[in-house]
Design a protein around this ligand. Sequence first.
Ligand SMILES: [Zn+2]
Length: 199
Amino acid sequence: MVDRTATPIPSDRMLWLLQAFEEEMGPHGLRLILKQAGLEEDYTYLERYPATGGWYSQDCARLLHAVRLYYGVGARGTLIRIGRRMFRLYAARHRLRSAGRRALFLLLPRSLRRTAALRDLADRMGEPGSVTMERENDVVRLVDRGVERTYGSSASAPSCWTAIGEITECVMWATGQEPLVIEVSCRLAGDESCRFEIR
Ligand SMILES: [Zn+2]
């Protein structure tokens, strides 16, 4: 059984992650990774009570850690694609998707669309309030001080690839252009926060 000592995360966010995993890896792949992460029991719980929550940063971090261990060098591409799927699941549900708002949004200049979409992403990425946005000329930075992807895990280099996928898909959605997203520091690698530069 998982030790529940980390911070709670929104249950819809965990559902998007699990759904994205299943789309990318198939139901058997998802089961395998949940087993590797010691979360199989919790997934049964999720199927029975999909909206009740009870998910913690630690669950998410364990799942991502299991993928990194299992897939080795192949984990990067898989997790980026999972992050991109997460954003698409989010956008399909979110208010910005509603026709009226979307039409108004598309009237904004491209750089403002990028900033607005990234601010919105920062508000709901990770644990509530953990992600802040900074701007310097054309570069936007998202700084995540939460532990959703990193609790109890470590890596030799920045490895928050689902976040890179979410950010990339978010900017694509807002501007139609693929951004360059680099994680310049990472809690997994011992830094104080995960910092993502978006160009
Ligand atoms: Zn990181």
